[in-house]
Write a protein that binds this ligand. Structure first.
Ligand code: NAP
Length: 170
């Protein structure tokens, strides 16, 4: 997973579920912060081959689940990082929503692809209850007043944010 609001939430949820988590980013500073938050392994996507490094980190096995929110730019690496029968959860397409499907890899390795969008009110209540009994919190990169919303958008466009960029209203 990479380092946006979605990824940092996924990192915390996966750790709360007891998973071993490998993260990837093009930014070494973001990786360092993710490791401080509990990530077990970090792959620098700009200088390392993501799939090869993940396989090395898992003794050639591959990971059970990939949370994928980047889209076309990393889709192929995400599929190649999975163990036989592994699951890819897709929930974003920041870099494009039409990657090569890699069908042969999907059926030969018996991979499963799940789509995910938001959740139900009951799931949201469960999430709030989890936050109450654990240190899990949304990661806020920065907060801007509504009058400075263009600065907030500039911050998002820069890609330097680590977590959510929030805007206060009123
Ligand atoms: N399904 C849902 O319910 C749901 C809910 C919320 C958001 N989303 C979607 O989830 C995605 C993530 O949203 P977000 O706001 O958390 O983050 P985001 O700002 O869209 O960025 C996600 C990450 O993508 C990576 N990235 C961007 N361009 C890249 C490239 N060319 N190559 C490799 N990596 C690249 C960056 O990681 P690094 O800088 O770390 O390399 C960035 O932090 C969006 O597409 C959003 O629409 C879906």
């Amino acid at each position: 997973m990479r380092f946006s609001g979605v990824s940092l939430a996924a990192l915390q949820l996966a750790k709360a579920a007891g998973a071993k988590v490998i993260v990837t980013s093009r930014d070494a500073g973001k990786l360092e912060r993710a490791v401080q938050m509990g990530a077990d392994g970090a792959v620098h996507g700009a200088t390392q081959d993501i799939a090869r490094t993940v396989l090395e980190m898992t003794d050639g096995r591959g990971v059970d689940v990939v949370i994928e929110n980047v889209g076309a730019a990393v889709w192929s690496a995400a599929l190649k990082s999975l163990v036989r029968g592994g699951r890819l959860v897709t929930c974003g397409a920041t870099t494009g929503d039409q990657p090569g499907a890699d069908l042969r890899r999907m059926f030969i390795r018996q991979l499963k692809v799940f789509g995910s969008t938001l959740g139900t009110l009951a799931e949201f209540r469960d999430l709030l209850a989890l936050c109450e009994r654990s240190p899990m919190r949304p990661v806020i990169d920065s907060v801007y007043p509504l009058d400075d919303v263009t600065q907030a958008l500039d911050r998002l466009e820069s890609g330097r944010q680590f977590g959510k960029v929030a805007v206060t209203v009123g």
